[in-house]
Design a protein around this ligand. Structure first.
Ligand SMILES: [Mn+2]
Length: 332
C-alpha cells in the first residue's frame, strides 16, 4: 500500500519543471507532448537550461503555447556545484540544475519535476494532488538501481539511508516547493554536496536522497516505471496501469542489446507511439534505426498476445492488420 492522501480536487494549473540543453531538446518535446495529450492543463512549464539556441527557444515556446501552456525559461550559465568534485562524470553536470529550479521559481507551492526521458501515458492528477503531509516531496522508489549498481547496500549506508526501500528515483518528483524554500537553500544543498561529494555516485539523486531521507511521501510505482528494472520489465507490457515509463539506462535512441530484451520492445513501442512529431523527426528516425532487429522478438511476442489488444500505433480494428503493421513498421 502506498500512502496517497489526496487533496480536494481543485481546479488549478499544473506547474511542471524540466531541465534541458540543446542535445536533449527533441526528447524534452516528446515528454512534453505525452504530458499535454494525457492531461487537461493549463500548464505552467518551467524550463531550466544552461543555454539554448535561438531556434530551439522558438520551437519550445511555440510548442508550449499552442498546447494550453505558458513557458518560463530560466538560463544559468554556471553549474551550481563544483563539477571537479563529481565522481560520476558520465552524467552531465546539468542534472544539478534542478536545484536552481527549486529555489528560483517563486510564487509556486508545488511543482512536478520531470526528466526528459519519460513517456507520460495517462492522467497525472492523482500524483499532482498528493497531500505532502509536511514532507519535502512525493517520490517513487527506485526499483531498478539495486539491479545495476555495484554494492548498492554499502552505497546506501554511505548516504545514511537504512532501508533500501527508502531510495527514490529523481526523475519524477512532485516538489513541495513552499517547504523546500522555507527550510533549505541552494547554499545549504551545495554545502552538503561539497562535504559528501565522494559518495554522490548517482549525483543529485543521491544528494536529494541523503537530504530528504524519511521526509518524503511515496507514491505508487506506476508513476515511474523504470525500464532498467529487469525483474519488472518482463511484466511491463501487460500492466495496464503504468502512467509513466522512465527510460533509465536503456534509452530508445541509443543502440542497446542486453541479453534480456523481454519487455524492452514494449517500452520502445510506447516511445514510438509518442515521438513522431513534426518537431522531433530526427529523434523518431533515430529510435526506429537503432531498434531495427527487435521485430523478430516482437512478432513472437505479438503472436502470443493476439486478442489481448496490443493497442498498436497504427489504429486498426482487426488484429491481423495490427500484426502486419507491426512487422512493416519495424522493417520500414
Ligand atoms: Mn531519467
Amino acid at each position: 500500500m502506498y500512502d496517497l492522501f489526496l487533496l480536494e480536487r481543485i481546479g488549478m494549473d499544473m506547474n511542471v519543471m524540466f531541465v534541458v540543453d540543446d542535445h536533449y531538446i527533441e526528447q524534452c518535446l516528446v515528454t512534453m507532448h505525452s504530458l499535454f495529450v494525457n492531461n487537461g492543463g493549463p500548464f505552467n512549464i518551467y524550463v531550466i537550461t544552461s543555454g539554448l539556441k535561438e531556434k530551439n527557444i522558438r520551437i519550445l515556446k511555440r510548442f508550449v503555447e499552442e498546447r494550453k501552456g505558458r513557458l518560463f525559461l530560466k538560463v544559468y550559465t554556471e553549474a551550481c556545484i563544483d563539477t571537479e568534485k563529481m565522481v560520476n562524470r558520465i552524467w552531465n553536470p546539468i542534472v544539478y540544475f534542478k536545484l536552481y529550479g527549486m529555489f528560483d521559481i517563486t510564487g509556486v507551492d508545488r511543482i512536478l519535476y520531470l526528466d526528459c526521458d519519460l513517456i507520460i501515458d495517462a492522467d497525472l492528477s492523482e500524483l499532482y494532488q498528493v497531500d505532502f503531509r509536511g514532507n519535502y516531496a512525493a517520490v517513487i522508489e527506485d526499483s531498478g538501481l539495486c539491479q545495476v549498481a555495484l554494492d548498492y547496500e554499502t552505497h546506501l549506508k554511505q548516504l545514511m539511508i537504512k532501508d533500501k526501500k527508502e531510495y527514490f528515483n529523481g526523475g519524477v518528483m512532485l516538489l513541495n516547493l513552499k517547504k523546500i524554500q522555507k527550510e533549505m537553500s541552494l547554499e545549504s544543498m551545495v554545502a552538503q554536496f561539497d562535504r559528501y561529494a565522494d559518495f554522490m555516485v548517482f549525483n543529485e539523486q543521491d544528494l536529494l536522497n541523503m537530504l530528504w531521507n524519511g521526509k518524503v511521501v511515496y507514491a505508487d510505482p506506476r508513476f515511474n516505471r523504470v525500464a532498467s528494472d529487469f525483474r519488472y520489465r518482463r511484466k511491463i507490457g501487460k500492466d495496464r496501469n503504468v502512467v509513466i515509463y522512465h527510460y533509465v539506462t536503456n534509452k530508445p535512441w541509443i543502440k542497446w542489446r542486453g541479453t534480456d530484451v523481454r519487455g524492452y520492445e514494449w517500452c520502445v513501442r510506447k516511445y514510438l507511439q509518442y515521438c513522431n512529431l513534426p518537431e522531433t523527426q530526427n529523434l523518431f528516425h533515430q529510435v526506429k534505426k537503432v531498434n531495427r532487429g527487435l521485430e523478430t522478438h516482437i512478432s513472437g511476442w505479438l503472436k502470443t498476445c493476439l486478442g489481448y489488444n496490443p493497442n498498436w500505433i497504427v489504429e486498426e480494428k482487426n488484429s491481423w492488420k495490427q500484426f502486419v503493421n507491426a512487422i512493416l513498421f519495424y522493417r520500414e
